[in-house]
Write a protein that binds this ligand. Structure first.
Ligand SMILES: Nc1ncnc2c1ncn2[C@@H]1O[C@H](COP(=O)(O)OP(=O)(O)OP(=O)(O)O)[C@@H](O)[C@H]1O
Length: 304
């Protein structure tokens, strides 16, 4: 089975009746890497993942998982795939431990059920219907991973989890990557994507708006702000540069926004002489690049 790209999505289209939810999406996920699908509600993330996981056929385009078609070769592909859906179809009376043992019994080389459950803080005796939202979410994640998949599809894996469970999940996903698993996840948490993903794909209206490693997306956007520290209460209108805006964020802490990276020297010079004119000294200067969240908002707010 394919080593390089565990998941290949090429010109994928998903239609629901007249509605086109996914409109020509392409990306790849290599083994041992994490790709985060991002996008506003309704952008087509879940529909994309559902085709990859073999839940529905594409309306057009091609999807390969481990070199096979997850819809037509479902029985061949599925034993190597772990799926964590947004809400799991778990029988309400079933206990966590029994559910995991059942899934483990289907797998050729399952993880240790007790160890995995303990890792995720699951009580094996707990019945599904009495679990909290975050506990259910942890069980869904364990269900996706217990079969030691080569490819994991995780739809909003940490939604509703508390901070501790979220960090445990991040560590688990790091370990999946290290052990060679291809992970495709969706998330609304941009810090999660920045922390976990080798590649992010930002979807908008069913199409790929931008794609790339998070660091490449944020550095392509360039430095856009400079933070300086000087005396409190300096007149912010007096910097003498027409295209930037200056705000005093806290006493003596100023943000110079709208900086053109190529004119950083000009901005620093202006800040030095500005503080000097007002009898103050710059004691700190910091350049700030946009976060992935800034990039996301810039990309997804270009709406007609
Ligand atoms: N089973 C369905 N039948 C009809 N329309 C659907 C169906 N599933 C999704 N859609 C529509 O397709 C579009 C994409 O939905 P999808 O769930 O893939 O988006 P998403 O990016 O995962 O959104 P969210 O962030 O809200 O989970 C939406 O407009 C949605 O209303």
């Amino acid at each position: 089975m394919g080593e390089m790209n565990a998941v290949e999505v090429a010109d994928l289209v998903v239609r629901y009746g007249q509605r086109t939810a996914v409109d020509g999406v392409s990306f790849e996920v290599a083994s041992g890497s994490v790709l985060a699908l991002l996008g506003p509600n309704g952008a087509g993330k879940t529909s994309t993942v559902e085709v990859c996981a073999g839940f529905r056929p594409p309306s057009a385009g091609r999807v390969y998982v481990l070199g096979r078609d997850p819809w037509f070769d479902h029985d061949v592909v599925i034993p190597h795939v772990g799926v964590m859906p947004q809400s799991g179809g778990v029988y309400p009376a079933v206990r966590a431990g029994a559910m995991l043992s059942l899934l483990a019994s289907f797998a050729a080389d399952p993880l240790d059920v007790d160890e995995l459950g303990a890792r995720l803080g699951l009580d094996p005796r707990a019945r599904y219907r009495t679990m909290s939202g975050g506990e259910k979410q942890r069980l869904h994640l364990a269900m996706a991973l217990v079969g030691r998949p080569a490819v994991a599809f995780l739809d909003e894996p940490t939604a509703g989890m508390d901070v501790g469970a979220r960090h445990t999940t991040w560590d688990l996903i790091d370990q999946l990557r290290t052990s060679g698993v291809a992970v495709l996840l969706t998330t609304h948490l941009l810090d999660e994507a920045e922390r976990l993903a080798d590649e992010v794909v930002i979807m908008r209206h069913g199409q790929v708006a931008v794609a790339g490693p998070p660091a490449a997306l944020t550095s392509a956007a360039g430095i856009d702000r400079v933070l300086v520290r000087a005396g409190a209460g300096l007149p912010v209108a007096d910097l003498g540069l027409p295209d930037v805006t200056v705000r005093e964020l806290a006493p003596g802490e100023y943000e110079i926004a709208g900086v053109d990276q190529d004119d950083l020297g000009g901005v620093l010079n202006a800040a030095v002489s500005w503080s000097h004119r007002h009898g103050a000294v710059l004691t700190d200067v910091r350049t700030v690049r946009p976060s992935l969240e800034d990039v996301f908002l810039a990309v997804t707010s270009r709406d007609a």
